[in-house]
Design a protein around this ligand. Structure first.
Ligand code: F6R
Ligand code: MG
Ligand code: MG
Length: 366
């Protein structure tokens, strides 16, 4: 059975501040997607949230970039924005950057990850959703999952993945893309992937079959809007098992809470803390950044699940380590590398301060 898995997300208003999502917003989304399912547009769906981001996980048979699916998601976010406005939630409608829908939610504010594929005999998928960070946050885990045998032993000892995976990298600032192959291109690949503020992995494919295995959202809201309107807070879909990495190989990279950009005012680095959905309410200094992972088995397009994959004591150590790293980073206060590089900050007073003090700068002559 050929199906499309679409994850479309937006911040339509935070509760309280930017820390979480109000239950009434979730209930409205649930109601509208239920209607879309009854109308036959969706095969199945799951509504969730990570921090202040509303997440619509949808299965349908309309293919990728489908205007009916995108319009329904857009309309859902707009109606949820009305709920957020009624409750005066913080930043109500903050990701709804266009006044009217124009065929595709890409470039309009919401984040999108979609893949169309033939459902296998067993089709386990893990959907990662993050808050207070940007799409480049997936680079390191995706490298570990699909190119690092110290993480994914299947690359070495499983014949059906021994030929590796190809990575589609997007230059999010120049709107260009390149496909590189692991293992032979890994040194070149890491030149780009190691710079997550500019390059993000959009898709990963199984080289022997060309099958899609992972897709991420790579929209950069700040570039779309031309000004700061919030971090992308990205999502990433990963198909697992068989010719793809096992669920455990897919989750393993998140035991290392790597530093990502996007904490407080989208202007600080902090550790990416893996946590269950119930704990994805970034509150300390509006963070630290969170990632949740929902696992599903697909059955003829039905989402069997979710299992809350980070709701496991095996990730307690990563959470404790995240808190230690958070203390260490916070102690830097307004100094880099806790604070982002001047050009990368989403909030900046630099132009105003320069305007005020520019004339007081003197040439250094000696
Ligand atoms: C970070 C984030 C928050 C806000 C901060 C200020 O991605 O969303 O840290 O940037 O709380 O928010 P405003 O400007 O809405 O008061
Ligand atoms: Mg917000
Ligand atoms: Mg958010």
């Amino acid at each position: 059975m050929k199906i499309t898995l679409s994850v479309i997300k937006a911040d339509v208003g935070g509760y309280v501040g930017h820390s979480s999502t109000h239950p009434e917003v979730l209930a409205k989304a649930q109601e509208l997607l239920e209607k879309a399912k009854n109308d036959g547009l969706l095969v199945d769906f799951h509504v969730t949230r990570c921090g202040d981001d509303l997440q619509l996980i949808m299965i349908h048979q309309q293919g990728e970039n489908n205007d009916r699916i995108h319009k329904m998601a857009w309309d859902t976010f707009m109606e949820c924005t009305q709920v957020a406005k009624k409750l005066k939630l913080h930043g109500a409608g903050q990701d709804m950057l266009a006044d009217a829908f124009s065929g595709n939610v890409k470039g309009m504010g919401p984040g999108v990850a979609e893949m169309e594929f033939n459902e296998r005999e067993s089709e386990p998928v893990v959907i990662f959703m993050a808050d207070k960070t940007s799409a480049g946050a997936w680079n390191k885990p995706l490298y570990k999952i699909f190119a690092d045998p110290f993480n994914t032993i299947g690359l070495v000892i499983a014949e059906n993945m021994h030929n590796g995976f190809s990575f589609e990298l997007h230059d999010v600032k120049k709107a260009k893309k390149i496909v590189l192959n692991a293992p032979e291109d890994i040194y070149d690949m890491l030149v780009f992937m190691g710079a997550p503020s500019r390059f993000a992995v959009k898709a990963v494919r199984h080289r022997d079959t060309g099958e899609i295995v992972s897709v991420s959202s790579t929209q950069r809201l700040s570039h779309i809007a031309g000004r700061y309107v919030g971090k992308d807070d990205p999502v990433c879909i990963v198909r697992c098992q068989g010719q793809f990495p096992a669920v455990g190989e897919v989750l393993e990279p998140f035991t290392h809470p790597h530093l990502v950009a996007g904490w407080m005012r989208g202007s600080h680095h902090g550790p990416l803390m893996p946590c269950p959905v119930a704990q994805a309410n970034p509150s300390r200094f509006d963070g630290p950044p969170r990632v949740i992972a929902l696992g599903f088995q697909l059955a003829n397009g039905k989402l069997i699940g979710p299992r809350d994959m980070f709701d496991d004591p095996a990730f307690d150590h990563a959470r404790a380590q995240s808190n230690q790293i958070a203390d260490y980073m916070r102690a830097h206060g307004p100094f880099e590398p806790h604070r982002l590089h001047l050009e990368e900050m989403e909030y900046t007073t630099l132009p105003a301060v320069m305007k005020k003090l520019g004339s007081r700068f003197e040439e250094i002559k000696d």
